[in-house]
Ligand binder design. Structure first.
Ligand code: SAH
Length: 206
């Protein structure tokens, strides 16, 4: 998997090392064991997916994570992305709108011993104001716009990575808060994420 990520252009050694350490198959249904290290997204329940390794590596590298930084991940899903951030030394706050996934992943990350990841159930379109501001933020679901409320929860010099576009395809944006009222946006590659949805869902659809 790591060699494939290098071949695709991921050059951040710290990110590659974190992903090399973390067993991706732990985060998947055992039915996918054989393919756990391939460049694929897989279903994780509630109609959601774990992102493919390249997407995780790409977004993580964009955040330029430094030890002890406070990072908000929106879209906990399987917990894999949050675990990669934690392995890089970040203090991770992660929020999920699907109650079933929130509960399952919270327990699972605890079982794995991740003490620096805090899981929350709620609507991430509002960010997580209680613990703001954040050094870095990432939204792991696709949206047609960047909610202003998220930008307001970013520290000055902080970075937000988020895919923006329609349901079929989104362009990754790297947004740096350069001042109280100023932001710099870079548009990068195309990705395809599950949709960034408002509100919460308490139903377990498996
Ligand atoms: N980072 C995850 C990827 C999961 S897919 C991983 O590593 O596995 C994206 C996740 O975002 C889904 O679980 C979806 O339910 C969640 N999501 C979508 N809209 C959301 C919102 N408004 N608030 C919180 N989570 C949201």
């Amino acid at each position: 998997m790591i060699e494939e990520l290098r071949a695709k252009g991921i050059a951040d050694e710290a990110v590659l090392e974190a992903m090399n350490t973390l067993p991706r198959h732990f985060f998947l249904d055992s039915a996918f064991d054989e393919w756990a290290y391939s460049e694929n997204a897989f279903p994780i329940g509630n109609n959601q997916t774990i992102s493919q390794p390249y997407t995780v590596a790409y977004m993580t590298a964009l955040l330029e994570v430094k030890p002890d930084e406070k990072i908000l991940e929106i879209g906990t899903g399987s917990g894999y992305q949050g675990a990669v951030l934690a392995l890089l030394g970040a203090r991770v706050y992660t929020i999920e709108r699907q109650e079933f996934l929130y509960k399952r992943t919270k327990e699972f990350l605890k079982k794995l011993g991740f003490k620096t990841i805090k899981c929350f159930f709620g609507d991430g379109t509002q960010g997580l104001a209680e613990f703001a501001p954040y050094d870095k933020m990432m939204v792991t679901a696709g949206s047609n716009s960047v909610p202003k409320i998220l930008l307001a929860q970013l520290k000055i010099n902080g970075i937000l990575a988020m895919p923006v576009g329609d349901a079929k395809s989104q362009i990754m944006r790297k947004i740096t808060r350069t001042g109280e009222h100023t932001f710099e946006t870079i548009e990068l590659e195309n990705f395809r994420f599950v949709p960034f949805l408002k509100g919460v869902n308490r139903i377990d659809t498996k």
